[in-house]
Design a binder for this molecule. Sequence first.
Ligand code: PGA
Length: 257
Amino acid sequence: MRKKIVAGNWKMNTPPNGVNTLVNNIVEGLNTYKTEDLENTLVIVAPSHPYLGVIADKVKSCPNLKLAAQNCHHEVKGAYTGEVAISMLKSMGVEYVIIGHSERRKYFEETNEMLTKKVKLSLNENLTPIFCCGEPLEIRKKETHISFVIQQLEESLYSQLEAADFEQLVIAYEPIWAIGTGEVATPEQAQEMCLAIRQSIVKKYGNKIAMNTTILYGGSCNPQNAPQLFTLPDIDGGLIGGASLTSSKFLPIVEAL
Ligand code: PGA
């Protein structure tokens, strides 16, 4: 059975004096759940790099909580001032890494080729990529959103990865027009795309891998809309930005799984 995941992408938004409280509240909240409620369920937090060491022990104390990085470099090591290598992330207890977020593609000009390198290197080093895809508003308006997203996956993943590698990944569909805008995709829009993604995985890697792949929805997900989104057949959880910054919003989203 595929895993259900709620992952909090804190972006560059958590103030230094708020990090401990946030993680403590999340751990406290998760500890009140019954083990069977969290069966097959993972909660992930992705803080900025300097906080990884600060919260690592706390995260480790909670079996269903995992640590993700928001980014990694695509080379093992080298003269890349300001960058962080996967081995460094792993030494902090990081198990997941967000790759291909639209903000990285836009502001840091990350190309599909670079993303493939990051994915391959992460897999080599046993770090699980949460691979993001999604269309901008103009593509949605032209109604070419499905082919646009499948093309992103084709170029970065399907044409590059063997089945044994692909099946390690988590996919996150995040329509760019819904990120941080308060404009969530309708359940129909989110399900349509996540189903199309799963069908494209069937075509490339077969039914078994497609059925086992966790596909998340991201983009203005909150405690109000999560329950409906998470009951859709091809949505296995969420990648949460704004609503992951306070436990009073994040935990109800976890409960919606
Ligand atoms: P949002 O961000 O929930 O604030 O829309 C989602 C994301 O960028 O992962």
